[in-house]
Ligand binder design. Structure first.
Ligand SMILES: Cc1cc2nc3c(=O)[nH]c(=O)nc-3n(C[C@H](O)[C@H](O)[C@H](O)COP(=O)(O)O)c2cc1C
Length: 333
């Protein structure tokens, strides 16, 4: 690890410039911990609803589970009520995160239309209240992840400044509006603007698909770091500086085994395989499998059968079936 931190979240040093983006249903502990190990500079949990923290503690327990090796760890919360968010933050603070992050970017109707996620960006005063209360109540850094805003209300400049003025320690910005969802092009110009507007660290996000994009986004915007979402699915090697085409079929197979093992140990045999499947889709893309074969693999209901069939498929993809380490000299026992 480098000796000089790339940036600080208040007093917390962060080493590295690429960070796995929080992704509901994807950046769970098995994937997050794997990416962190491969070089993602910190860990953001999937978002968790403040109300669920208060009412469904068992569900939340799983979402917020983390390893010491993942630190710095940011717990991401969402909600539409400042007091509820503060109460939830105080509750989850007991689990020992390094940072509390507020989601102000989720465009899903069920979230945004009731004023949470990107819905918050239509109520800058509510964001101000939320950050003022959170930063007063917590002894941890509080950060925010935003979008550009709603199409009719691009409040990103104002919201970034509010986050800073109300004591926030970092802002991550996804360069799309709510209406854009995940389509179209991310606006890196706007990210650069936010970088100019505030003094706290800024993480830029949107459309980083390969290693060269990490540098391009950093250079274009001057951001301290870059967040990678979809570009990391099926390609966690991006955090080690490798593009997908640089990864051999043996490495892919090794990663599938490693990732699946983490999923099984975390969720148990049935759910572990089920939740792993969407990642398997990403990993298998490079194998050029026939549709039927792919389907057969993705419908296995037992991990042993999945791995057995994967072995056959990997031979087809030119693998010599020798597992290679994630990173030189590394393999978790
Ligand atoms: C399936 C999925 C789930 C997501 N869940 C979250 C989430 O829980 N919290 C959050 O802040 N952003 C979430 N996002 C948004 C990503 O963090 C990121 O901002 C977005 O995907 C843009 O980055 P990308 O172009 O690198 O994918 C999600 C995105 C996807 C595709």
């Amino acid at each position: 690890m480098e000796n000089t931190p790339t940036f600080f979240v208040r007093g917390i040093p962060v080493y590295g410039e690429a960070i796995l983006a929080p992704m509901d249903g994807f950046s769970d502990w098995p994937f997050r911990s794997l990416c962190r190990r491969l070089g993602s500079a910190m860990s953001y949990t999937e978002f968790v609803q403040a109300r669920d923290v208060l009412n469904r503690p068992r569900y939340v327990e799983e979402k917020l589970a983390f390893d010491e090796s993942e630190r710095p760890v940011a717990f991401q919360l969402y909600g539409d009520d400042p007091d509820e968010i503060v109460e939830a933050a105080l509750r989850v603070r007991e689990k020992g995160p390094d940072v509390i992050d507020v989601n102000m970017g989720c465009p899903a109707k069920s979230v945004a239309n009731r004023g949470a996620g990107v819905g918050l960006m239509r109520s800058p005063l509510k964001i101000a209240r939320t950050f003022r209360k959170l930063t007063a109540a917590l002894d941890l850094p509080v950060t925010g992840k935003i979008r550009l805003g709603w199409d009719d209300c691009r409040s990103y400049r104002l919201v970034a400044r509010i986050v800073e003025e109300e004591g926030g320690s970092l802002v991550a910005i996804h360069g799309r509006t709510k209406e854009q969802g995940y389509g179209g092009e991310a606006n890196w110009e706007a990210i650069a603007e936010v970088r100019q507007l505030v003094k706290i660290p800024v993480i830029g996000n949107g459309d980083v698909r390969n290693v060269a994009d990490i540098r391009r986004l950093k250079e274009y915007t001057g951001c301290e770091a870059v967040m990678i979402g979809r570009g990391a699915i099926g390609n966690p090697w991006i955090f080690s500086g490798l593009d997908r085409e640089q990864v051999s079929p043996e490495q892919v197979r090794y990663m599938i085994e490693e990732h699946l093992a983490r999923s099984l140990s975390f969720y148990g045999p049935r759910l572990g395989l089920e939740l792993f499947r969407k990642h398997a889709v990403g990993y298998l893309e490079s194998f050029g499998l026939a549709r039927e074969k792919r389907k057969e693999l993705l419908t296995r209901t037992r991990a042993e059968e999945f791995l057995e069939l994967l072995g056959e498929v990997a031979v087809g993809a030119g693998s010599d079936l020798t597992p290679v380490p994630l990173l030189a000299g590394e393999r978790e026992s």
